[in-house]
Design a binder for this molecule. Structure first.
Ligand SMILES: N[C@@H](CCC(=O)N[C@@H](CS)C(=O)NCC(=O)O)C(=O)O
Length: 223
């Protein structure tokens, strides 16, 4: 019997779910995966089944051995407690890993609004608002600094860790919207996309039924 459950949304759309799901899998927690497909009503608002099943009305949400954890960063920290080594071992590197993860979790609204996560579409060349491009420039600087300091292929070295999990959905956005990025960024994107867990997420996203598709996330801007 599993030790709990992880509630997530559609793998095709839910960038936050991807972060929690990666953290839980990196930590090797034995939890049941419960996927609640998003519903969009004309009046807006979030999915009633998610609102009813989670403390904040949002996914991801983790229940594990009596602990209840929501917010992606809190889930990442909980997973790091369960499986030490998911943050860098070095204190100074760990401080940067936490900082860049928090910067992602609390910022980059320009990117998030203009280039939403869709694991099944090619919106190449679209969404290039000034705000999104400014966020992308900052993200590229973060990645370049981390990769240079730790030698890649992941942000803090050889191992795909929690900072990579937090940025994996950004890689996904870049794959879908294909902004112009540096060769360093492209190499990092390729490493993240090839990670077995990220690849599994994409395969499972592609296997979701057409009845779960939401027009708002399938229609490119200006269409
Ligand atoms: N700050 C939260 C954000 C979570 C979030 O916004 N989740 C979205 C999905 S990606 C959600 O649950 N939306 C409910 C809905 O669309 O019905 C976190 O870090 O986990």
């Amino acid at each position: 019997m599993p030790d709990g459950r992880l509630l997530i949304g559609n793998k095709r759309y839910s960038s936050w779910s991807l972060r929690g799901w990666l953290a839980v899998h990196l930590a090797g927690l034995d939890v049941e995966e419960v996927l609640i497909p998003f519903v969009r009503n004309a009046g807006g608002g979030s999915t009633p089944a998610i609102a009813a099943a989670t403390p904040a009305g949002l996914v991801p949400y983790l229940e594990h051995k009596g602990a209840r954890v929501w917010e992606s960063l809190a889930i990442a920290e909980y997973c790091a407690e369960q499986a030490p080594g998911l943050w860098p071992e070095d204190r100074a590197a760990r401080a940067v890993a936490r900082s860049v993860s928090a910067e992602m979790a609390t910022g980059f609204r320009g990117l998030r609004q203009a280039m939403w996560f869709n694991a099944g579409r090619d919106f190449a060349g679209l969404g290039r608002t000034p705000e999104a491009l400014a966020d992308i420039a900052r993200i590229e600087r973060i990645w370049a600094e981390c990769l240079a300091a730790h030698g890649g292929p992941f942000l803090f070295g050889a191992r795909f860790g929690l900072a990579d999990a937090i940025y994996a959905p950004v890689v996904g956005r870049f794959l879908t919207w294909q902004p112009e990025v540096s060769a360093t960024t492209r190499a990092y994107m390729a490493a993240v996309r090839a990670h077995p867990l990220v690849d599994r997420w994409y395969r499972e996203a592609q296997a979701e039924p057409d009845s779960w598709l939401l027009a708002g996330y399938e229609t490119p801007p200006g269409a």
